[in-house]
Ligand binder design. Structure first.
Ligand code: ADP
Length: 479
């Protein structure tokens, strides 16, 4: 099938979170599975032509190739994307985000006409063959690309080129919906009749993700559990009613991991490469991490790692409540992350009091992230909600035992066989589970078995890409 992927961040070009990992890795796995894929994404300031071999396609579009032959098209607009951040800066979201991403969606749709998909499409029985050069599916991600399905079913609906294109919208985190004041609605170029409860209106505001949910053919999230959770009041952020109504079209596919990046046997960032049969290297990584973070080098002291946005969603509210008790335990803790100022300050204060127990790295640092995944014994991820989560998948791959709250993708991937799970979202439950993990780590043989089971898990993209192909076919077959 011919799939056009529209995403506002794609690894290795730009990344703020898991969405970028998916948008970079899924196309590669789809290509391996025999599908034809292109990617369309904005050209942010940090995406340098020389670094990525980017060439010119049109005056305002450039491209490069990843995988064997996946073209990545960059929508250029210096006044919109020529900034340091993707969505905002220290003061908050950019004020013109609606302009920035409605432009992205419009230009992406127009670009499809300028690109010719080369191979003939394999048709599903009953499907209507599209015009030459038309993609079968546009796979859009999150609110930033959600105007694509909206425009397809409105502004573009009478244009024969776009008639038989179907859409899949993937929600990576329903907490981010693209909410804007009503006054900005005219910027979308849509008739005011679409500003109503059945379409883009949400309590008097414009909700772009809602538009995507209404107009896309199929909807999925990044884990089966999260796809159910978002249909409830607790997790739906106000969109649960709409999702319940579209229940038959909502599903969940767990994210895979890019094993070419996350592989302890070949990882260039870590001090000691290792595998299940040569687990010794992991010890070297622990020592390296302790030294690097200024913690006492102690082989037998359990080292806990966190790589995360410092946000309430990631469990920092209960972690903050529990941090003093945790620091009094026989352990070390490395935290890598940036986020809410209140957690920066709180943790900085704790570090002053427990400099030999906790090391705080307030930055985004890919190399250090690799070292933490490899060198820690336990990976803490007490997220309050977690659409999929990559941290626990990476840590499993590196034999670092995840300790998680039972929610979303964490519930789908971590269990008593490969990690530690707590069922009640509270500081007490977190502390209790850390104690349990510390106890378990004293039994060296038992711990090794745990590592073995963790590392044997398979979370590669190959299987997940096949699930996506099924979903694309389902979307297509609806025509
Ligand atoms: P989310 O997308 O909600 O932030 P995920 O667990 O899905 O969470 O993905 C986060 C990704 O970002 C992981 O690959 C994680 O290793 C990486 N990451 C998060 N914070 C940092 C940081 N400070 N430095 C380096 N990598 C980070």
């Amino acid at each position: 099938m011919k799939i056009a992927m529209c995403a506002s961040e794609v690894v290795p070009f730009a990344k703020t979170g898991g969405l970028a990992d998916v948008a970079g890795a899924l196309p590669l796995a789809l290509e391996e599975a025999g599908e034809e894929v292109i990617i369309i994404t904005p050209k942010y300031k940090m995406i340098q032509d020389a670094k990525f071999g980017i060439k010119r396609f049109k005056d305002d579009v450039s491209y490069t190739v990843i995988g064997k032959n996946i073209k990545v098209y960059f929508i250029e607009n210096n006044s919109y994307y020529g900034r340091d951040g993707l969505y905002g800066d220290k003061t908050g979201d950019y004020k013109d985000n609606l302009d920035r991403f409605s432009y992205f969606c419009t230009r992406a749709l127009d670009l499809l006409k300028e690109i010719n998909f080369s191979r003939p499409s394999i048709r599903m029985s009953g499907g209507i063959p599209p015009l030459a050069g038309t993609p079968d599916i546009i796979h859009v991600h999150d609110w930033q690309a959600s105007l694509v399905p909206v425009y397809l079913k409105t502004k573009y609906q009478d244009n024969p080129f776009y008639k038989n294109i179907n859409t899949l919208l993937t929600i990576h985190n329903i907490g981010y919906q693209g909410l804007f004041p009503k006054e900005e609605f005219p910027k979308l170029g849509l008739d005011w009749s679409y500003f109503n409860m059945e379409a883009l209106e949400f309590y008097g505001k414009v909700n772009i993700l809602k538009g995507g949910l209404v107009f896309s053919d199929l909807i999925n999230t990044v884990s089966p559990t999260y796809s159910q959770e978002i249909q409830t009041k607790e997790f739906g952020f106000g969109l649960e009613g709409l999702l319940l109504k579209r229940k038959a079209d909502v599903s969940g596919i767990l994210n895979g991991l890019d094993y070419s990046i996350w592989n302890p046997e070949t990882d260039k960032f870590i001090a000691g490469n290792f595998s299940l049969s040569k687990i010794k290297g992991k010890q070297k990584d622990k020592e390296d991490l302790q030294k690097l973070c200024g913690l006492p080098v102690k082989k037998d002291l359990p080292l806990l790692g966190i790589v995360s946005r410092l946000a309430e969603q990631k469990g920092f509210d209960i972690l903050a409540q529990a941090i003093e008790i945790i620091c009094e335990m026989p352990l070390q803790l490395v935290i890598l992350g940036t986020g809410d100022m209140k957690y920066h300050l709180l943790l900085e204060n704790i570090v002053k009091r427990y400099p030999k127990v906790i090391s705080l790295q307030l930055k985004f640092d890919d190399a250090l992230a690799h070292k933490i995944y490899a060198g820690s014994d336990i990976f803490l991820m007490p997220s309050k909600y977690e659409p999929c989560g990559l941290g626990q998948l990476i840590s499993l791959r590196y034999g670092t035992i995840p300790l998680v709250y039972k929610t979303g993708g964490l519930a789908d991937t971590v269990n008593a066989r490969n990690g530690f799970v707590f069922n009640e979202y509270s500081a007490a439950a977190l502390v209790g589970t850390i104690k349990k993990a510390l106890m378990a780590s004293k039994d060296q043989k038992g711990w090794l078995h745990l590592i073995e089971r963790a590392m044997r898990g398979n979370f590669s993209w190959d299987a997940q890409a096949k699930e996506y192909v099924k979903l694309y076919a389902k979307a297509k077959y609806r025509n």
